[in-house]
Design a protein. Structure first.
Length: 272
């Protein structure tokens, strides 16, 4: 198969610590795929060519790194169909890169083993290795060390990409985090996160996870007022998500939120 969905993700929690020597930050995050996806096709070609999304850099870099690791020429044509908003906190670019890596690797005479593919993905970005996995994952370290989680999947997700919010780059969001010394108290927040994570059995238990350390939004309170049992910002933002136990309240909330920005109703998913 040369074509596959590249799903979006939510950070159902994101606890951020101090900066590391490598310029990244310590994090602990719960990563969950959702059923909103780009599509990516990769086929062998005479040279490397990316089509469908002129702003892409990460898929090209992924395929160049794969070719280098395989000691081959980067001879693929990749086509990207975008549905996930760019720079939204939903991981679209990372998912595209991971999907392209997986598809291109399958075309090699001797595909790289999963461990090496994970290493390549980690060099591309903190979220990329997650999209090579299945099911929800606990991300620690820089977010690239993954542990599978057994979390409930029977809830509905409403997404809001607000009109009134500037889309800051991830690096800008982390710089702002450092300026306000927000890493203080990381150990306490991490302990709270671990306690809450260990007690999750039902969807409602996700509400006990601590809020996103990197970004917040008043629209999360709006989501809760509309019936969400948990609402927060995903990743570095600006997308706000709300989790609902039942479809009808989720659909009603999405209708109410349409005037504030782009909206979606979706569900968790296990695979890409």
């Amino acid at each position: 198969m040369n074509r596959a969905p590249a799903t979006a993700k939510l950070n159902l929690a994101l606890v951020v610590g101090p900066g590391r020597d490598d310029g990244r930050h310590e994090v602990a995050t719960v990563l969950q795929r959702i059923d909103l996806a780009d599509r990516v096709r990769v086929e062998p070609a005479n040279a490397l060519h990316i089509d469908g999304f002129p702003e892409d850099t990460i898929v090209r870099e992924a395929l160049e790194r794969l070719a280098e690791a395989a000691r081959a020429e980067p001879r693929w044509e990749a086509r990207i169909w975008k549905n996930i908003p760019v720079a939204s906190g939903l991981g679209g670019g990372s998912s595209d890169a991971a999907t392209a890596l997986r598809l291109a690797n399958a075309t090699l005479p001797e595909p790289l083993p999963a461990e090496l593919l994970h290493e390549l993905a980690a060099k591309l970005g903190a979220d990329v290795p997650f999209f090579l996995s299945t099911g929800p994952q606990l991300g620690t370290g820089t977010g690239t060390r993954l542990i599978p989680l057994d979390l409930p999947q029977d809830y509905w997700v409403v997404l809001l990409l607000p009109h009134d919010t500037r889309k800051f780059s991830t690096s800008e969001v982390y710089e702002a985090f450092d300026r306000r010394a927000a890493a203080d108290g990381f150990d306490e927040r991490l302990a709270q996160f671990e306690r809450a994570l260990g007690e999750i059995q039902r969807p409602r238990d996700l509400a006990a996870l601590p809020p996103n350390d990197l970004a917040s939004s008043p629209h999360a309170e709006t989501m809760r007022a509309l019936g969400a049992f948990r609402a927060d910002v995903s990743g570095a933002g600006p997308t706000v998500y709300g989790l609902f136990l039942h479809r009808d309240p989720a659909v009603a909330a999405e209708r109410e939120l349409r005037g504030l920005g782009r909206t979606w109703v979706t569900v968790p998913t296990w695979y890409g």
